[in-house]
Design a protein around this ligand. Structure first.
Ligand code: KG4
Ligand code: ZN
Length: 333
């Protein structure tokens, strides 16, 4: 038996309070997620102040549960990883303050982590060495839509991003326009199962500067107009399916076009939107065995991906006690 190194991952960047204990980067001993969906659903989106308050209310319970499930005490933890950005500032500060207190009182070093990088790491929990480099990593979540190239040293290079709405945000807005609640992703995912993906052609905007950046606000406006025009005649499953097809076409197109210059050996799809059944199928169809999509429990926000990334970065300089949180933090391009 080799040496065991346990990390604790703390994630509170949006509306889920998440804590996990992971051994040697990939063996997940516990991963507790406390969802705030019932709190935000009536508003059709996350209300930042309510999210911070809920994190404050829940974080100690989530911590206790994560430690109990893992069967460990704080003395068994070698390193703490915490998300410090990007995200909702108030929400991030709850996780960060909790992490600092634990780190300081228990003399365990703390590693500050980027949320987007953690999402990419989620694929490595399950697939590890099967992922080959250079890899394309697409992170599509409620707040982010970024395509990176990842080299074998795990450096990330930003290739394209959305210029306006994130993909997940577009899912959430479509559901809201249809009066079908928050979060929209799972709702649209289900509706689309019965729909014809060619029912409503939607725009696939290109940047005038020939960059491969993406834009989803035009699609949102087109769907809004369609809903107004069609009213009772609207084929809701058809719209949901057409929207998903448009999103999949755009994401796959970007990977293909960048891949022409430097072919990718693996394609990672991560972030909450990667939970989408149609998108997963389309990526598999387009890229076959090169595709790596985390299983559902690691696709949406979770602490395991944070604990796993902390292990990877265990030799980096720990955070000082005055470590800050960042609402925006764009990874190196
Ligand atoms: O990564 P995540 O849990 O939180 C952020 O970092 O934002 O992603 C949440 C986003 C929401 O916009 C939600 O609607 C979307 O992921 N989502 C989905 C699905 N499940 C969650 N989008 C499409 N299909 C799904 N099944
Ligand atoms: Zn996320």
């Amino acid at each position: 038996m080799g040496e065991i190194f346990r990390t604790l991952g703390i994630e509170s960047s949006c509306d889920d309070t998440c804590i996990a204990v992971v051994e040697n980067g990939t063996r997940v001993l516990s991963s507790v997620v406390s969802s705030q969906i019932p709190v935000h659903s009536k508003y059709g989106g996350v209300v930042p102040e309510l999210a911070s308050r809920e994190h404050v209310k829940n974080i100690r319970t989530v911590y206790r549960e994560a430690m109990e499930t893992a069967g460990v005490t704080i003395n068994d933890i070698d390193l703490i990883g915490v998300t410090v950005g990007p995200g909702l500032l108030g929400s991030l500060l709850v996780g960060l303050s909790f992490a600092k207190a634990l780190s300081f009182s228990s003399k365990i070093p703390l590693i500050p982590l980027n949320h987007i990088e953690s999402h990419i790491q989620s694929a490595f929990i399950e697939f590890g060495d099967a992922i080959r480099f250079p890899a394309a990593a697409f992170v599509a979540s409620g707040g982010h839509t970024h395509l990176f190239r990842m080299d074998k040293e795990r450096n990330l290079f930003l290739l394209a991003r959305t210029r306006d709405d994130a993909v997940g945000e577009a899912f959430d807005k479509l559901s809201k326009m249809l009066g079908m609640g928050y979060p929209g992703g799972p709702v649209i995912d289900k509706l689309a199962e019965e729909g014809d993906e060619n029912r409503y052609p939607l725009p696939k905007p290109r940047m005038s500067d020939r960059s491969l950046d993406m834009s989803f606000s035009g699609i949102k406006s087109a769907m809004f107009r369609l809903i107004q025009q069609e009213r009772d005649r609207l084929d809701i499953p058809g719209l949901a399916a057409s929207f998903q097809k448009t999103v999949a076409d755009i994401l796959i197109d970007r990977i293909r076009r960048f891949g022409k210059e430097t072919p990718f050996k693996s394609i990672i799809l991560a972030g909450g939107v990667s939970a989408n059944a149609y998108l997963r199928a389309r990526f598999l169809q387009a890229f076959g065995e090169q595709t790596f999509v985390p299983s559902m429990k690691y696709a949406t926000d979770n602490g395991a991906m944070v604990a796993s990334l902390a292990f990877l970065k265990r030799n980096e300089t720990p955070a000082p006690l005055h470590q800050e949180a960042f609402s925006t933090w764009i990874l190196p391009s």
